[in-house]
Design a protein around this ligand. Structure first.
Ligand SMILES: O=C(O)CCC(=O)C(=O)O
Ligand SMILES: [Fe+2]
Length: 299
């Protein structure tokens, strides 16, 4: 299926006609995969993750890992088609105009100029964050497909608020539920500001959503700072690191799961770690005010 899709003209991931073909094709994914994706959408589980393995990425035919800034995959390659097919079965694939020029399939690769940055192009340890925590329309899910693993076996780290919540005091939870925090835009965004003040935890007290970036979110007062510190420790103590092998794709529920990455040492010689990333929204109407022309790219 992915091979057939990758041959559909104009073989361009960001072309609306090609995306429509990918959306239609995603309805013909194997039944067991569609059932699993559907069940995950209904309830993402305590860890908030869906791991799909054994995906065709033609590992032997992969070009060298790119290492340029703003790296994305514009061509309908086999791995790009795979990421789109599964992402489009989960929901709508979207991107952000100010990040990687709004490309739908993005490369998570180390970039020399970004080495020490808190961004997907960095190789220092990346702190736990909700993806695009500052943005009013954060992705509902983030999908990461592994094309080439890091030599050191370093990986994405994840921690779910469903696991961390029981470790927090009532006092901390109460503070985290108040709009006593603000979040700056990540460095991968070119023109963005900080958010209006917001709570870190929202929704049902027993099963809240989380919105935080431990690099970019700051508390507006001391109590908030203490609660944020305790939340960070709780998340740290429940974290996991799904070490992705080539052909494995993880989806994380961005309402429940924060993610980060361990430090690694890139060589910039074409053999470095390489993931494809897609962002998924569940509702194409809710974010319409931010999608110019009704396309897939949000301002
Ligand atoms: O490098 C990773 O595993 C994750 C980087 C990241 O936070 C992202 O791509 O959103
Ligand atoms: Fe991220």
């Amino acid at each position: 299926m992915a091979d057939g899709l990758s041959r559909i003209e104009p073989r361009a991931v960001d072309d609306p006609g090609w995306v429509a073909a990918a959306r239609a094709a995603s309805c013909e994914l194997p039944l067991r995969l569609r059932q699993t994706v559907r069940a995950y959408r209904n309830d993402p589980g305590a860890d908030g993750l869906l791991l799909v393995g054994g995906l065709p990425i033609a590992a032997d035919a992969l070009p060298p890992t790119p290492h340029v800034p703003e790296s994305a995959e514009p061509d309908a390659t086999l791995p790009a088609a795979v990421a789109m097919l599964i992402g489009l079965q989960l929901g709508e694939i979207v991107a952000y105009r100010d990040e990687k020029r709004g490309s739908l399939v993005q490369n998570v690769v180390p970039v020399r100029a970004l080495e020490t940055s808190q961004s997907n192009g960095g190789s220092v340890s990346l702190e736990f964050h909700t993806e695009n925590a500052y943005h009013p329309h954060r992705p509902d899910y983030v999908g990461l497909l592994c094309l080439r693993p890091a030599r050191e076996g370093v990986g994405t780290t994840v921690a779910s608020v469903r696991r961390a919540l029981p470790l927090l005091s009532d006092k901390d939870v109460a503070v985290l539920r108040e709009p006593r925090f603000e979040t700056a835009a990540p460095p991968s965004f070119r023109n963005a500001d900080r958010s209006p003040s917001h709570p870190v935890l929202t929704g049902h007290p027993d099963d809240p959503d989380i919105r935080v970036d431990f690099h970019a979110t700051r508390a507006l007062d001391d109590e908030g700072a203490t609660a944020l510190h305790h939340l960070g420790a709780a998340l740290e103590s429940v974290h996991g690191d799904p070490e992705l092998r080539p052909g494995e794709m993880v989806f994380l529920d961005n309402r429940l799961v924060v993610h980060g990455r361990g430090a690694f040492t890139p060589r910039y010689d074409g053999t470095d770690r390489w993931l494809h990333r897609v962002f998924v929204h569940l509702d194409n109407r809710r974010n319409r005010e931010r999608r110019t022309g009704g396309g897939a790219v949000l301002t």
